[in-house]
Design a protein around this ligand. Structure first.
Ligand SMILES: O=C(CO)[C@@H](O)[C@H](O)COP(=O)(O)O
Length: 225
């Protein structure tokens, strides 16, 4: 059985108070903190880079689950490793030629390698990255177009999750975009175990309650499968 992980997306936090927002999420029961790294090129939004991860790392021991929405992920491995990132998830759409080198470099810097795919990318494109000597250790299935928080969950992406769960029973499968109490059961029953949630957690009067609902949904789905 794969461990459920709830990862609030810090994109929805108050960036001016990132350290205290991170601490608040951990106090509310978050397992990981999801960090959205956007370069203004791969996606039409610009967020944070390694210096912010380095600053945050001074204030928390939490697992920093970094999602690199960038055109040249290889350029970010060294700085993110140094900054204290825990997971480094890159996009398959920009890594077809160098994913082996990328995975090796991520691991050598002590980070967990993951691969992500946009809604329009067929799931088969990540299969090669899950085979062989140096596989990725997580697949992040985007359930919205990457770039912005607060978008509507795309239920049709659950086919990708089902295919991955069937083929790789012990793989960490993460979903990201539009997840909250009204959509979690679809993702959990499809087989996702790592759940990223931004606006549904940060916008709730009781974030701890939402985090526990998300966690329980994954647990229940696993117990009944
Ligand atoms: O990567 C992204 C957006 O590109 C996400 O991490 C969102 O930030 C999730 O936010 P919600 O859809 O949960 O509000």
């Amino acid at each position: 059985m794969v461990q459920p992980k709830i990862a609030p997306s810090m994109l929805s936090s108050d960036f001016a108070n990132l350290a205290s927002e991170a601490e608040r999420m951990i106090r509310c029961g978050a397992d990981w903190l999801h960090m959205d790294i956007m370069d203004g090129h791969f996606v039409p939004n610009l967020t944070i880079g390694a210096p912010v991860i380095e600053s945050l790392r001074k204030h928390t021991q939490a697992y920093l689950d970094c999602h690199l929405m960038v055109t040249n992920p290889i350029d970010y491995v060294e700085p993110f490793g140094k900054a204290g990132a825990s997971g480094f998830t890159f996009h398959v759409e920009v890594s077809k030629d160098n994913w082996q080198e990328l995975v090796q470099k991520i691991k050598s810097k002590g980070m967990k390698p993951g691969v992500s795919l946009k809604p329009g990318t067929p799931v088969e494109e990540v299969f090669p990255l899950l085979e062989g000597e140096n596989p990725v250790e997580m697949v992040l299935v985007m359930t919205v177009e990457p770039g912005f928080g607060g978008q509507k969950f795309m239920p049709e992406m659950m086919d990708k999750v089902r295919v991955l769960r069937k083929k790789y029973p012990s793989l960490d499968i993460e979903v990201d975009g539009g997840l909250g109490p009204s959509t979690i059961d679809l993702a959990a029953s499809a087989g996702a175990n790592c759940i990223v949630a931004g606006s549904s957690v940060f916008g709730a009067p009781d974030p701890a309650h939402v985090i526990s609902l998300l966690y329980k949904s994954v647990e229940n789905a696993q117990n009944s499968s």
